[in-house]
Design a protein around this ligand. Structure first.
Ligand code: MLT
Length: 411
């Protein structure tokens, strides 16, 4: 018989969101008249910006004409999209990122997992707790951990606890770690990092020869002008960081699929005998071998995000979801719940009332309010006693969900 990758057997239960979907579907089947409002997974609900749709329609037309038809594109993405990203997302913020250092992909979830292909198996890996589960699960799948304990913590990973006490920003570790996953604005807590905090991480990474895997998928939701949008705004980050970005949440591309990863050409790591290797070359080689690029049509749609109309439309989308976040924060606070996040991020992180466990609160909200959120413990042991509410939904649903919750908890 063929053998399997036994690391998969170490994974705890299902991936968080399919597990939530399973429970919600069971509830919906048993309660067919319940009007369930889903504020669990951070999936967008509002239509694609008109500028993106129009650009994609034009691209479809081009594909229907022999003269403008396109087959395989560059595995790294089309130059015109990479240029726009470099100018608008990085150079405009003073980051020295060149278009050639940007790799277009079909999602930052995929890239966060795929990036492990270019790293060795003996690195010490640090994650915050709670954390976006993809960072942990992909390391488990790659065999970088031992088994999990009762609390779901995997042997071999360094967990950096984040809580209200440290404003949901991890303390710099005392020990040396090689790879560090940071996510700001943070999924799941909605916390943000100041320039000083990120600079301390960059300084740590440079001092220890570590690499920061910086997930900035939610940077567009930053409203405070003093906060950094990119790790490359910090001095020295070109020598120690890779950044993941996405069009999913800002431009509503969760179903359309387009993202990008920035790997600076100055970033190096070593072989087991100590020789230095450029990580850009390895990622370029990996993508050229295992990936055939994002479709021309979708890349044209993503390019339109940077057009004058596209920028205005994307800003309106962000304002829309952030108004949802404001309503959620305000209503839950009025209901007597303790809330965090939701100011520079589309996620509101709620302390569960009456010391309920995260899953008990999930069941209570589902059964008594028909509202779905995400149990904090699904993001790690330190997420126990918390609950995440996503601001991605229609205004009507958000208001309705908050009315149901406040009626329940004020009573
Ligand atoms: C979430 O709800 O955490 C997000 O949808 C995850 C993702 O973007 O993959």
């Amino acid at each position: 018989m063929v053998t399997i990758n036994e690391n998969y057997l170490k994974l705890k239960a299902g991936y968080l969101f399919p597990e939530i979907a399973r429970r919600v579907n069971a509830f919906a089947e048993a309660n067919p008249t319940a009007q369930i409002i889903r504020l669990g997974i951070g999936d967008v609900t509002e239509p694609l910006p008109a500028a993106c749709r129009e650009a994609m329609i034009r691209a479809v037309e081009e594909m229907g004409d022999r003269a403008s038809f396109r087959g395989y594109g560059p595995e790294q993405g089309y130059e015109w999209l990479r240029q726009k990203i470099a100018e608008h997302d990085f150079q405009a913020r003073g980051c020295a990122i060149d278009a050639s250092e940007i790799f277009i992909s079909d999602g930052s979830k995929c890239d966060c997992g795929n990036i492990l292909d270019i790293f060795g198996d003996t690195n010490t890996i640090a994650v915050t707790d709670p954390v976006y589960p993809v960072y942990v699960d992909t390391n488990v799948m790659a065999g970088h951990t031992g088994p999990a304990n009762e609390a779901g913590e995997y042997d071999g990973l360094v967990y950096l606890p984040i809580s209200a006490e440290n404003h949901f920003t991890a303390q710099i570790p005392q020990q040396k770690v090689d790879l560090i996953y940071l996510c700001f604005p943070n999924n799941p807590t909605g916390a943000t990092a100041t320039k000083e905090h990120l600079q301390a991480w960059v300084d740590y990474a440079r001092q220890h020869g570590s690499i920061i895997l910086f997930d900035a998928a939610y940077e567009a939701f930053i409203t405070d002008p003093s906060l950094p949008h990119s790790i490359f705004e910090l001095q020295g980050a070109r020598e120690c960081a890779i950044e993941f970005r996405s069009f999913s949440k800002n431009a509503g591309f969760t179903g359309t699929r387009c993202a990008f990863t920035v790997v600076p050409k100055s970033l190096q790591a070593t072989t087991s005998d100590g020789s230095c290797v450029d990580l850009w070359k390895l990622w370029n080689r990996r993508q050229s071998t295992k990936f055939n690029g994002v479709s021309y049509i979708v890349q044209r749609g993503a390019e339109a995000v940077y057009s004058p109309d596209g920028r205005v439309q994307v800003e309106a989308l962000i304002r829309f979801y952030m108004e949802n976040a404001r309503i959620i924060r305000e209503q839950l606070t009025n209901a007597g719940l303790q809330v965090y996040g939701g100011v520079n991020a589309p996620y509101v992180w709620v302390k569960t009332p009456d010391a309920l466990s995260s899953w008990d609160f999930f069941d209570k909200l589902l059964q008594s309010c028909h509202v779905v959120g995400t149990p904090g413990s699904g993001f790690g042991a330190a997420g126990e006693g918390y609950f995440r509410i996503s601001a991605f939904n229609s205004r009507e649903n958000v208001i309705q969900a908050m009315e149901r919750i406040t009626a329940k908890f004020r009573a």
